[in-house]
Ligand binder design. Sequence first.
Ligand SMILES: Nc1ncnc2c1ncn2[C@@H]1O[C@H](COP(=O)(O)OP(=O)(O)O)[C@@H](O)[C@H]1O
Ligand SMILES: [Mg+2]
Length: 432
Amino acid sequence: MDREAFQERFGLIGESAALKQVIDKVIQVADTDITILLEGESGVGKDITAKAIHEVSKRKNENMVIVNCGAIPEGIIESELFGHEKGAFTGAHEAREGYFEKADGGTIFLDEIGDTPPNVQVKLLRVLESGEYFRVGSSKMRTTDVRVIAATNKDLWNLVQEEKFREDLYYRLDTVKVKLPPLRERPDDIIPIFRTFVTEFSAKYDSVFKGFSDDAKELLISYRWPGNVRELRNVAEQLVVLEKSQFIDTEKLRKYLKGRQHTGSADNLPMLADQHKNTSSNGAFGDGEQQLIYRALVELRNDISELKKMLGTFLYSTFSQKNLKALPQNIQDEVQHSNMSDLDIDVDDTADEDIGVQSFAEADISEEREEQDEKIFNRFFNTGTIPSIEKTEQFLIEQALQKFEGNRRKASEALGISERTLYRKLDQYDLQ
Ligand SMILES: Nc1ncnc2c1ncn2[C@@H]1O[C@H](COP(=O)(O)OP(=O)(O)O)[C@@H](O)[C@H]1O
Ligand SMILES: [Mg+2]
């Protein structure tokens, strides 16, 4: 298969020399059984490359099992990978096969392999060398025939130096290393990838993209893209949805770039989903994943109101006007400008939920609310694409404000956040 055909087939866009080199190397080794280590920052395309390798390999008609080693709790990773016998530990009511067993004959993709705990690294080394492994709680040796693709966004050699990763396992994995360069090191790819995303999202949202100024184009190319292609994709989607039919200049574009230096929060969601997705190879999000993400969003909301509650109580109980002066000026301002209702610890009825004194009627209401949220959520996300939390938040805020014609009290009520939080977010996202 030649490079163009490969790129076309797997949607790997890019014209830079760096990407071409990577693809040539991948094509060379894909249909052998050799172990491949994909190295690169988050969002550079490790997943998509791993799936492509499996798809062109001799094993393409067998399972590809995807394991996010970083997302599985340390206590269960061994039994997830190798399976367990009935009664092997509390809660092991049934014997269960592990991922290496499921992948027998096919491919196993060990994502974030650098996060594997040391006791499991020994067992990985063994299975990679000889195909041999034991289920947890069993002394019967089993064998499996798997092709291994591993990925890491950490420098594995550094981890070896820090004695967090076994040197022998490192050498075992390092047979063929493919380093996917970050987007900022292949600026030639930025515009072609961006164009493709914009076209894709314009069709999806039935929107028209009016193009962008030369300056904005320059900015796209010179921006650091800490979240790499994943971030570029989010920005393209935001522009298509939120700047519908607007010509994009630097000022508009900057709104979507600034404050996006941290990729943390947006990255957590796919990890959660990956964990659940371990055995699916088609990349689409099933109902289960939607539920997981929904739950993550609800938890996030709960965490935030919990934090607000704690902070409010803390400020209320700790700071008299006198020792308030000991705080930095900006925090003093915050406290002084916020009356109690702003901090959500007011004593009116809406605060009851926050302090945990729910009456039955209120519990019903919040249950109803959750059901309703879930329905809306499912309607939004049944396309299989997961936008970032930030983007979703902005989008929802805009929708609410539109619906209530700019009435912030009603909008915040509908969104289930305090008016104060809404103000902060309007500011944060530069929304008017
Ligand atoms: N060269 C590329 N062309 C088009 N889309 C890409 C490219 N590289 C990555 N992507 C897309 O960017 C997102 C992140 O890629 P992914 O493979 O999940 O990255 P990683 O596993 O390195 O974090 C996915 O939506 C993927 O389809
Ligand atoms: Mg990945």
